[in-house]
Design a binder for this molecule. Structure first.
Ligand code: B3K
Ligand code: ZN
Length: 868
């Protein structure tokens, strides 16, 4: 390595030396030598006539200050230092860049035939030398020049203010964004597209043009994105009283994109996965994902763009809050319980795992080498849980008052997480002093509860203890302010009113100490407690429930989430006991009462089908692995499969009858229809393990009139390794081989194929005509699925899986370090496996560490893992 990468610390924040009020950009676009001219109005803030600008991978052509050629500058690692500057000046920087060679997909690059940009977090510095930090907010004017035939659409942020035609077949368009913004929100697109257009009138009467740009021929896949956009705009007005603030909102779908989407002001750029859908090409999950991501990026217009982050350590200020907002949006439009369940699965699975890994960090990190490594489940999803806890503590009304105050104070500026909490506190009068610890303490707290009933005094006590284990980044942990939502039931299912010290209390207990006792009065019988309802805090709950109590809660709890959670807790008990059994060479067994409890749910006439489907879904291998310090990959896989087979056989009649009654003649994407398909396909995933499985699945595949049913059939055939698997896979590939996005579902099934020859097949699949190691979606689906969703084959004792991962990572380190860095995560957890596997994974990490061009992205993770 050239130089050991340096970490940045949150505590070292200093305001910028200069500010930039406006920047005027001209892009003369060519594949290999695009000329970028940037004219900025700069004002010195500190007593410093030296200006450090960030810049990477740039060819500097010239620098002028106040229209005079300037030679007092020095090119340094990561930028340029200009000296001898006046107090206020106009700076003109001309650079040249090579978009076609940009395989990292950061800055200006080519996706297929189009030019596009990705500037968050620090990509603008690959376009020109600039103060590339979020607390420098400038007004942008952008002129884009390109060949008219190849690039009829030239787009940037804000409003189109001028356009013209040049000789030699080129043309230009100039854009102006009236809202000052940091560089990370800059965007440019040039290409040839089909455009879906619509209009929206905001509640105060502003007319907004809506435009969605897709690759030619894809117009019939854009309408769900448009509907989602309109729904988002309406919802934000109704629930948050927030309106859109420009006359145009554009979304461009591109095929080469490192993540989901990007909220650039007025010009969102999206991974085509989160735009394109019709019933033949996309599943219900895709549809819901599009709704959520379109909403998320739209909601950023206020939480992210109008109020942005002071520095990147504050990322959760915009991301946690915006995830909270998109979760609420999906919950208000669809099933609140199902949304909550899916979000909680992410927290309990991969987020808890991240918190326990060498990458553990608080939602507001203290130390960063490569910022792109911190777009994590912790910052996003746990960050959203932290916002949700404040919402729980304050209630909707006070929370909205807090939002109003936050915008009043910080609109048009760059703010901190502290600013947000202060606004919530000031608007509500709720003390959030101890609560702030959620921002600085990493790790997952365990909340252990013991209960005691006193029949003489008719009191019921809950003794609540909390503790957080040391994490890789932080030794000492303190007690947190944990909102604990509970309900008590009588044995016949009545809700018991909660009373403490003679007064009625609400459902939220404020747990603030290491150990705390809550005594409830006038409790006339030993109650059944429903604890941590709606997962009111991101913690591990320990309470010694009996099977009967869990079965009771599965059918009697008033809250749908609690019913699901009781089912999961019951399953967890038997997954654990059976893993122990397998390790002791004993049989895997399930008590008849467990099977009856799940039968009761299947037969329920009151639960919505979507919820039943969730109850019937076993925790993933990854989630179960998170329960153990030392993971027994094979035992867990064996137990999960055996439980699936046992439930399938014991409940075959119920599954079969649901499967037949839930058939829908016509396809629609209403939430009710989605729920019915979800339950029917969950039933199918069990029936796959019965004698009829192969025939049923084969016939569902060939009669399906929508992608959800097609993929459900293929995925069941894949998991259960049915005879028809090969036929279905071959048919699908023949039908969709021209379309990478649709093929991704097929790649994901190859990646997660539990067969012993999976790795061989994956290697040959890399030669498939629609696979490319240049496209992040293809990599994530084929290779990412292998590393993350195929535990038995990836961790095969031969070590071949690790060797393969190491080779791919080495290659991606050079071409696209951001994608490499996402892919490496499962390897970082090597200490959770047995000695043999540990040492084989370590060898791969060491090989990476020894590379002399190791990117910061991988360097940060590899060194944390090896040194922890
Ligand atoms: N803000 C972007 C993520 C940028 C990731 C940079 N590596 C998308 C989002 O969260 O909405
Ligand atoms: Zn976001």
């Amino acid at each position: 390595m050239a130089q050991t990468p340096q970490a940045k610390y949150r505590k070292d924040y200093t305001p910028p030396s200069h500010t930039i009020s406006s920047i005027d950009l001209v892009f003369d676009l060519y594949d290999n030598n695009t000329k970028v001219t940037a004219v900025s109005k700069v004002t010195q803030l500190e007593q410093d006539n030296v200006l450090h600008l960030d810049g990477e991978h740039l060819k500097l052509t010239s620098i002028e200050v106040n229209e005079e050629k300037w030679t007092r500058f020095e090119q340094v690692e990561g930028g340029i230092v200009i000296s001898g500057l006046p107090q206020e000046f106009e700076l003109k920087v001309v650079t040249e860049i090579d978009p076609e060679a940009n395989t990292a997909l950061e800055g200006l690059y080519k996706s297929g035939g189009a030019f596009c940009t990705q500037c968050e977090a620090e990509g603008f510095r690959r376009i020109t030398y600039y103060l590339d930090r979020p607390d420098v907010l400038a007004k942008y004017t952008t002129k884009v020049i390109a060949d008219k035939t190849q690039y009829p659409y030239l787009l940037s942020n804000g409003n189109r203010i001028a356009e013209g035609v040049l000789e030699n077949g080129r043309h230009w368009v100039q854009w102006q964004d009236p809202h000052p913004k940091p560089a990370y929100l800059f965007a440019l697109v040039a290409g040839d597209f089909d455009v879906l257009r619509d209009k929206y009138v905001t509640k105060s009467g502003r007319n907004v043009e809506l435009e969605i740009f897709v690759d030619k021929g894809n117009l019939d896949r854009a309408s769900h994105a448009m509907t989602s956009l309109i729904n988002s705009m309406k919802w934000d007005e109704e629930r948050f009283d927030l309106e859109y603030d420009l006359d145009i909102y554009m979304i461009v779908a591109v095929d080469f994109f490192n993540m989901g989407a990007m909220e650039n002001k007025g010009l969102n750029i999206f991974n085509s996965k989160f735009v394109l859908a019709n019933e033949q090409t996309a599943t219900d999950t895709d549809y819901l994902g599009i709704e959520a991501v379109i909403g998320h990026e739209y909601f950023h217009n206020w939480t992210g763009n109008r109020v942005t982050c002071r520095d990147w350590f504050q990322l959760s200020l915009k991301e946690g809050l915006t995830v909270f907002r998109d979760q609420e949006f999906s919950s208000d439009l669809g099933s609140r319980a199902v949304n909550r369940i899916n979000n909680v699965r992410i927290i309990r699975g991969p987020q808890f795992a991240e918190d326990a890994s060498p990458m553990s960090h608080p939602i507001r990190p203290e130390k960063v080498i490569e910022m792109n490594n911190f777009y994590t489940l912790t910052v996003y999803e746990k960050g959203s849980e932290v916002i949700r806890m404040m919402h729980t503590l304050l209630g909707e009304e006070a929370f909205q008052k807090g939002m109003k105050l936050y915008f009043q104070r910080h609109d048009g500026t760059a703010a901190t997480c502290e600013d947000f909490v202060a606004a919530m506190e000031d608007a509500s009068g709720v003390d959030l002093k101890q609560f702030r610890l959620w921002y600085s303490q990493s790790g997952t707290p365990t909340v252990s509860i013991e209960s005691e009933y006193n029949s003489e005094k008719q009191t019921y006590s809950l003794v609540v203890s909390q503790s957080t284990e040391a994490t890789h980044d932080q030794q000492d942990k303190q007690p947190l302010h944990i909102p604990l939502d509970i309900e008590l039931y009588t044995n016949n299912g009545q809700v018991i009113e909660l009373q403490c010290n003679g007064v009625r209390v609400g459902n939220i207990l404020n747990v603030t100490e290491e150990k705390q006792t809550f005594v409830f009065e006038n409790v006339t019988e030993n109650p059944i407690p429903s604890l941590l309802r709606d997962f009111s805090a991101p913690v591990i709950l320990e309470y010694d429930y009996s099977d009967d109590e869990l079965a009771f809660l599965m059918t009697q709890a008033k809250n749908d989430f609690s019913r699901w959670d009781a089912g999961q807790t019951l399953l967890a008990k038997y997954i654990r006991s059976n893993v122990t059994a397998v390790q002791g060479n004993k049989d895997i067994t399930l008590p008849p009462s467990l099977i009856d409890a799940f039968r009761g749910v299947l037969l329920s006439e009151t639960l919505e089908p979507a919820l039943i489907a969730e109850v019937m879904t076993l925790p993933s291998h990854n989630e179960v692995s998170g329960w153990y310090n030392r993971v027994d990959v094979d035992a867990i896989a064996k137990v999960l499969k055996a439980i699936k087979v046992k439930l399938a056989n014991a409940l075959e009649d119920e599954f079969s009858s649901l499967y037949h009654t839930l058939q829908q003649a016509q396809y629609s994407i209403t939430h009710q229809a989605i729920g019915m398909r979800s339950l029917r396909n969950t039933a199918l995933s069990y029936l796959a393990y019965t004698d009829n499985g192969n025939q049923l699945i084969n016939s569902q595949y060939f009669s399906a009139n929508n992608m959800t049913d097609t993929i459900a059939a293929m995925s069941s055939a894949n998991s259960a390794q049915l005879e028809c698997r090969e036929t279905l896979m071959a048919d699908y590939s023949e039908k969709w081989k021209h379309d990478g996005l649709v093929m991704d579902k097929w790649f994901a099934l190859q990646g997660s194929n539990p067969a012993d020859n999976a790795l061989e097949v994956i290697k040959s699949t890399m030669d498939h005509e629609s696979f490319s190691l240049k496209n992040p979606n293809r990599i994530r689906n084929l290779i990412g699925s292998f590393l993350n969703m195929n535990p038995v084959q990836f961790h095969a004792k031969s070590g071949e899986g690790y060797l393969f991962a190491g080779k791919i990572l080495k290659e991606l380190n050079t071409s696209n370090p951001q994608v490499a860095s996402r892919l490496i995560d499962p390897l970082l957890k090597f200490r959770k496996y047995d000695e043999t596997r540990q040492s084989m994974i370590k060898v791969e990490l060491e090989k990476l560490r020894a590379m002399d061009n190791l990117a910061n992205d991988l360097f940060e993770k590899v060194s944390k893992a090896l040194d922890s």
